[in-house]
Ligand binder design. Structure first.
Ligand SMILES: *Cc1c(COP(=O)(O)O)cnc(C)c1O
Length: 441
């Protein structure tokens, strides 16, 4: 299968080229030229299958033509080493808990999958020089990517993060690992980090010195596997007899997670409607309401992993619906929550339903409540992170200290190592160039 660029200028790429390259040559995002449909009988049979079996089925449909069957199955099994259970919160609202992976956030799925698929393609191509992964993070991406790629041969990872703007618990998850992982502490915002990564990919000079790629959700190997757990969630709801009339709500930042859900729906998964839940960074909601898309600098909120002012996967959503505003609105609605509303939801759900939300999941839950589900309708929101990842915030809101899972505590014992850099591209470039020259010797 070929992958085309959303900007329409670069020539179509193979899966291998798209995964190794990250962004297309014209700086567009890669889209598969076909979205395979699953037979309705296959969809109905999902309820009798395990997460691995479901993920393997979806993975084979997308990637099966482009790699050996057994290699793909092995990647699926190795990457999905944890469950994504659906848990009831109220009578009609369910939480899809995506935080049972190594760094307690949904990004573990895509990051672990991508690391293994990239490793496979590098081996298949024959290694001449190592591949350098650049990743910008507002917190959770860095930890998931760093841990997903830790120790994978011939890959070096640079995590760019805004100094002082990620929580201490998040920071320790990508600054303490060492080995092939380097944390770059940027004096700027998340958007500055993202801009540096984009500028590096666009820089011919740098690309001659080093093989660069991205592990943000612009990479097809990172965002597409996120469709697996939508199928798995649907299967679990089907088992409960609750999959018939389903609205899915996705707390969104760069919109990779939501886009993966839209792909699942296009493949035949019977989701009636999607909601994109945002914090005060609401350029997508504004687009839904006005048809105008106006990227702007992000503002800081309690749901920091959603503080994105220029969501990269917006281009994929437009492409999926032929740039037709009315069609986008038929499939997705939106909503935004202030920090006060997020806090009120966490508190209310903790006391009334005895379920502890994190600030991101809180946006998702509240959007379903505000939509007003009809009798017989089921709402499913993606609980994208464990509340302990945002311990300072969650403790302050509920007044009850959340217990830190053992996995997280282990990171907090490590020693922080990072390289401080400014937000100017020249400084970043000369840092990378020196390394590129060293590794080519
Ligand atoms: C990354 C992240 C999001 C946003 O996901 P996107 O795919 O970028 O829209 C939401 N919640 C948490 C906890 C995250 O880490």
């Amino acid at each position: 299968m070929k992958y085309y660029s959303t900007n329409g200028q670069a020539s179509p790429a193979s899966l291998e080229e798209a995964v190794i390259g990250g962004l297309a040559g014209d700086r567009g995002l890669y889209m598969p030229e076909r979205i395979p449909a699953l037979d309705p009988a296959v969809i109905r049979s999902l309820k009798d299958k395990s997460f691995h079996e479901i993920a393997d089925l979806v993975a084979q449909a997308f990637f099966g033509e482009d790699m050996e069957r057994d290699a793909l199955t092995a990647i699926v099994q190795d990457a999905l080493s944890f469950d994504t259970p659906v848990v009831p919160v109220s009578d009609s609202v369910y939480s899809l808990e995506l935080f049972h992976g190594p760094t307690l956030a949904f990004k573990d799925v895509g990051a672990r999958f991508m690391a293994r698929m990239l490793g496979y393609f590098i081996r298949r191509r024959g290694i001449d020089r190592e591949v350098n992964v650049l990743v910008a993070t507002s917190g959770d991406t860095g930890s998931a990517v760093a841990n997903g790629f830790l120790g994978i041969p011939h890959i070096r990872v640079f995590v760019l993060y805004p100094a002082g703007k990620v929580s201490p618990i998040q920071e320790c998850q990508f600054t303490t690992l060492g080995q092939n992982i380097t944390a770059l502490e940027i004096d700027g915002t998340f958007d500055d980090c993202q801009a540096l990564v984009k500028a590096a990919f666009a820089d011919d000079d740098l690309n001659r010195h080093m093989q660069l790629t991205s592990a943000n959700s612009i990479n097809v190997a990172r965002f597409l596997p996120q469709s697996f757990y939508y199928f798995h969630a649907w299967a679990q709801l089907d088992r409960l007899g609750r999959a018939g009339n389903l609205t899915v709500c996705v707390p969104s930042g760069n919109f990779g997670n939501l886009t993966a859900g839209l792909f699942a729906q296009r493949m035949g998964l019977p989701v009636r409607h999607f909601i994109a839940a945002n914090n005060r960074n609401d350029v997508f909601l504004e687009y839904l309401q006005t048809g105008l898309y106006t990227p702007r600098p992000s503002v800081e909120t309690l749901a920091s992993a959603m503080d994105v002012g220029h969501p990269s996967n917006f281009a994929r959503i437009l492409d999926l619906y032929g740039h037709d505003h009315a069609v986008v609105r038929q499939h997705i609605s939106g909503c935004r929550y202030t920090d006060e509303q997020i806090a009120a939801t966490v508190r209310e759900v903790c006391h009334t339903h005895r379920y502890l939300l994190d600030p991101h999941g809180a946006c998702g839950y509240q959007a379903l409540v505000d939509r007003g589900l009809q009798p017989g309708e089921t709402g499913l929101f993606l609980e994208t992170a464990h509340p302990a990842k945002f311990k300072e915030t969650v403790d302050r809101i509920t007044g009850i200290p959340v217990e830190i899972p053992q996995k997280l505590r282990a990171f907090m014992q490590g020693k922080k190592q990072s390289v401080p850099l400014g937000k100017d591209f020249e400084g970043f470039k000369s840092y990378l160039s020196t390394l590129g020259l060293q590794t080519n010797k």
